[in-house]
Write a protein of this length. Structure first.
Length: 160
């Protein structure tokens, strides 16, 4: 399975993907069935995070998301596409859904760990504040609690 995000230049003036740098394909490789992308198991999910700058006066959607996959048990490939509508300003992290806070926190933490120039304002305190109450939403899924633990460990090691 491959996923392609194509930003509309009439609406998006700049963008960058957070993470997955080693798995990025060229536009041409998306439809090349001989080129593999990142592996993801059956019944698993993944997120792709982007930081974008928009042109509020532009027209059209933010992007088009395409998914290309091989039909199980065949040699046939299928592709589906969906527009990502422009809905105005992004929701503040404090008001974002638990799923969005979890994804954004994980992305910001990875940027902070990599000492990314984009993470200069990221602190473990802020990450923990945005993550507050999120692990409880996911119940038996231990991964959000593990992220919280990792942030606390990093905080204790760095003293920040």
């Amino acid at each position: 399975m491959k996923v392609q995000v194509e930003f509309d230049p009439a609406r998006v003036t700049a963008y960058r993907q957070v993470g997955y740098a080693k798995h990025q394909l060229t536009k041409e490789q998306f439809r090349d069935n001989t080129v593999d992308a990142a592996e993801i198991g059956a019944a698993e999910a993944g997120n792709a995070l982007y930081v974008i700058e928009t042109n509020p006066g532009g027209e059209g959607p933010l992007a088009t998301v395409r998914v290309r996959f091989k039909v199980p048990g065949t040699s046939e490939y299928r592709e589906h596409a969906w527009p990502v509508p422009y809905n105005g300003n992004a929701t503040a992290m404090e008001q974002a859904s638990p799923a969005m806070r979890l994804a954004a926190d994980a992305g910001a933490f990875s940027e902070w760990l990599a000492v990314s120039p984009y993470a200069q304002e990221v602190t473990p305190d802020a990450l923990l504040r945005y993550l507050a109450n999120v692990p409880e939403v996911y119940g038996a899924d231990a991964r959000p609690k593990k992220l919280e633990w990792m942030i606390r460990q990093a905080q204790s090691l760095t003293g920040k």
